[in-house]
Design a protein around this ligand. Structure first.
Ligand code: AMP
Ligand code: MN
Ligand code: MN
Length: 313
């Protein structure tokens, strides 16, 4: 972490890069980092391929990220919550053209693609960013704490996931200490829905199948399903949780159509490992939550995933 703090202290202008199809952890971590950089008198601009899901944009600290000011010159780039360079999407070009590169992440599958790499074994990148902010000696404030809380909530299931540690809870308490209005963030992100989200979930539940004596649950959504409800990919975020929640299910996956095939989200019970499984298909992630993209038609994608699961079940 010292190396990354030095990297930051030596620079003046920074691109902060989030991963494609941004989630709460990559955006919350990026927003917190940009606030901290600004407190140090640095200039920073956010870069990300993909639309910000509507719910997240309702949180002022994330909205600010989207509107972060444009820089004329960029000499330093920092990636947040990005396990491999390809997860930058179209921002990879900017990264490759930047002189000084660094990253802060928490994926076991991280490929160490930057010059300065900090990869922490934590349940959210936001926790690693909190450690960085402490290392920099930047005082935690309301905006930073709220931004980090968005990341924590997204990646730990609001501190409910099986791997959540005492350290996670103690770090989260530091955020609560700043009166972050936690209930407002949770209500916006997790307790408010839209008709299109509910319709999509209904469609996904119609497509739901069980395999291997009920140990595997899976479903899919095609582009036509999203189009029918004028929905975007982030509107189906809860679908994998629906699959995972079924009694006796050890593996679940949800695939959604993307221009080059199907993007898979996978989850498993603690005795299994979907990070390795997804890595073998060119993706990555965490032991219990991972993903990959399969360049094939729907039937083939499902068959590939079921075959992979059958090898480890
Ligand atoms: P998701 O299923 O999209 O919620 O992703 C679960 C976890 O896997 C997250 O930590 C993602 O960053 C990671 N992940 C998803 N898709 C990929 C991919 N294609 N390559 C690497 N990591 C991924
Ligand atoms: Mn992420
Ligand atoms: Mn993350």
């Amino acid at each position: 972490m010292k190396n990354l703090a030095e990297f930051i202290l030596q620079g003046d202008n920074f691109a902060v890069i989030s991963h494609i199809s941004p989630d709460g952890d990559t955006m919350g971590s990026a927003a917190a980092l940009i606030y901290a950089l600004e407190k140090l008198g640095k200039r920073a601009q956010w870069f990300c391929e993909g639309n910000v899901p509507e719910d997240y944009a309702k949180i002022p600290q994330i909205e600010k990220l989207v509107k972060s000011k444009k820089l004329e010159k960029i000499e330093n780039a920092i990636c947040v919550d990005i396990s491999s360079a390809d997860r930058m999407g179209s921002c990879l070009q900017l990264f490759n053209n930047t002189k000084n590169t660094a990253q802060i992440d928490h994926h076991a599958t991280n490929t160490m693609f930057a010059k300065v790499n900090v990869v922490r074994d934590r349940n959210a990148c936001a926790f690693a960013v909190l450690e960085l902010i402490e290392e920099l000696g930047v005082e935690l404030d309301y905006d930073i704490a709220r931004a980090l809380f968005v990341g924590v909530c997204t990646d730990t299931g609001r501190l409910s996931h099986v791997g959540v540690t005492k350290e996670d809870v103690l770090d989260t308490a530091k955020l609560y200490a700043l009166d972050i209005k936690h209930n407002e963030i949770i209500a916006t992100l997790f307790q408010t829905s839209t008709l299109k989200k509910i319709k999509l979930k209904g469609r996904a539940s119609q497509h739901l199948e069980l395999a291997f004596e009920g140990k595997v649950a899976y479903t899919y959504l095609d582009s036509t399903d999203y189009a029918e409800f004028s929905a975007q990919s982030s509107d189906s975020e809860g679908v994998i949780d629906m699959c995972k929640s079924i009694e006796n299910v050890c593996f679940s996956f949800f695939i959604r159509q993307v221009p080059n095939g199907y993007k898979a989200s996978m989850r498993c019970k603690p005795e299994y490992d979907v990070a390795t499984l997804c890595a073998s298909l060119g993706g990555g992630g965490h032991k219990l939550a991972a993903g990959c993209t399969i360049e094939a038609d729907r039937e083939t994608a499902i068959k590939i995933l079921l075959d992979k699961i059958s090898e480890v079940l």
